[in-house]
Ligand binder design. Sequence first.
Ligand code: TC6
Length: 693
Amino acid sequence: MSDVVTITREGAVAIVTIDNPPVNAVGQAVRQGLWDAVTTLEPDTQVEAVILACAGNTFIAGADIREFDGGSMEPWLADLIDRIHSSAKPWIAALHGTVLGGGLETALGCHYRIADRRTKIGLPEVSLGILPGAGGTQRTPRLTGAAAAVQLVTTGVPVSAEKALEFGLIDRVTDDLDADTMTLAQHAAGQPVPRLDPAPAESNLSQDDWDNLRKQVEKQARGQLSPVRAFDAVRLAFETPLAEGMDAERDIFMELKETDQSKALRHAFFAERAVGKPAALKSGTPRDISRLAVIGGGLMGSGIATAALSAGYTTTIVEQSAEAATTARERVAGNLASAVKRGKITEEARDATLDRLTTTDDFDAVADADLIIEAVFEESDVKRAVFDKLATAARPDAILATNTSYIDPTTFTSQVPNPERIMGLHFFSPAHIMRLVEVVRTPDTHPDVLATGFTMAKKMRKVAVLSGICDGFIGNRILGAYGRMAGYLLEDGASAAQIDGAMKDFGMPMGPFEMFDMAGLQIGYSNRKREAATRDPQMRYSRIADLIVEDGATGQKTGRGFYRYEQGSRAALPSPETEALISAERAEKGITPRSFEDSEIVAMLHAVQVNEAAKILQEGIAERPLDVDVVKMMGYGYPRWRGGPMQEADARGTAQVLSTMQSIADADPGSWHVADLLQEIGGKNGRFADLNT
Ligand code: TC6
């Protein structure tokens, strides 16, 4: 018998159990074990029904994604599932945990499906750039009809057991899985086996309805191929018999598996898990944390507090006045209220969560906190004043974190005793929603403190990435290069609308100028004024953003920035005033505007990000290229299906990226310098992925 699949018997019922930790992925060994189990059980006249169950936390959570990079290994999942479905004996799938992808497809091959009430059920393959390739696109519609099948297959979002029952995907929901499955098996034993109708599925959708649905899926996919092709496969279930649909599904699966998009999405999946295990964390042991304090209850502080409370921490927000403390409480309550509205939490959970919040203007309230996060205004002196107070008010062993998004923490914490307990925790706004946290390590930070930051982030359901110290850390430093290049392109002749449009076509949720307008131009303006004295005089300086601010426009909130905005609308419209200002500035600088291809814009904006990231890597600020990719995907909207800028560089060819960067630097050596690491990797057209150890 196989190591991962075993058979036990209870009377006329055989129980086939998969035990393949951590998630019972249906890799080759499991497929072979199940294949052998069918071979054993089929001729066994003592067996009249078969239960398929899994040990551990979950039923099969999918095919083994790690196998996708090699050739496919027999037995194929689709063949195995066909064999189970053709069995003369009823197979009953006992579902618990997360029944996903190939796991659900295996269950769909069984003749009955019964699920523990807490089970999550879905077909997430599109999020890996593929489609359910073992019958999921053909069997699902035959059980659920068109609407539910399109939803399940094209969004990839799992549903609850109750919803799956409502869809017709499963037969029963239970609170006692083992007992109820056995009862069901005993009833089904010796009875005729129900099988799926192989005829085309029926729907009342017209060809026009299908075409319109496809357009919707295409729009939502924003450049991602798999949801659209998965939709095509579902549609086929309504047009062809099962066997033909299965063949077509397999062809599309093979086609998608080899695309750069699927490779990028698989990279994203594993990178999001690998970032939590940097080498620097190996020697750290997380400390027990239960009480948190957040200094500053503005948008950022109240967002962090919301995330902390939701993760179960008792949390105190310290503000400067009683009034500000009240406002902070209202902000947290507002955040939780919108979670209730979105169906994320119940009203009871909201009340229990709010009960763990204290808001106060008494700084001494930090005295019993295990971990304190400073989230005040991004100004070194303001932060230093907070750490002055923390030096005496906090427990000497309390972990102290700063939410600074740019500034070196050591410049405002040097007065604090025990600097090994200090780190940066750079949350992204809105902090209760955005999943990225950069954990910033100072030269003194103890590995246990870093490990505590990572564990806390995980508890908050966030993804932590380790960063060293530099201006802007990983994410904002790369954003700086991106914004600077976008500014030069604008000055040289591309319009803001063209640059933004090119980046949206590339897959970004918004372009750089829409992003600047949304964030507001004032903070960048103040920063640039402050940095003016130390700016490298050789570096080209585009004044356009400054001129817009000096013209009284600071972005979306004031109705004008790079674009114009109608009252209460976020739609970016052309601003004749801003356009005139840009033309005047070009003339003043003697620049003859030139035209750019969209592809050129994308290549240049991509190359400068990779170049900056290469510097970040060679300086040891980020450990691996995958850390950079996760920061950009999770914090800045970089399309997941491109896998981040470093994965994109590998897909485009690093020699090509180097050549683009070299041209940029040759044209303006005062502003750009090609990173040594990009020279090294691009010089041999190597892959950044090879540095992802
Ligand atoms: C498919 O089924 C296609 C079928 C068609 C075939 C023709 N394979 O996420 P966690 C690893 S496509 C291999 O930290 P959680 C994961 O890398 C698949 N490995 O745990 C990690 O390893 P590490 C469709 C997998 O409890 C460890 O397991 N299915 C797979 O937070 C623990 O994972 C999916 O897309 C896998 N399928 O979440 C589901 N899954 O410790 C993908 C996990 O070395 N998986 N690992 O870092 C998930 O969504 C989540 O893992 C989870 C568990 C919800 C199952």
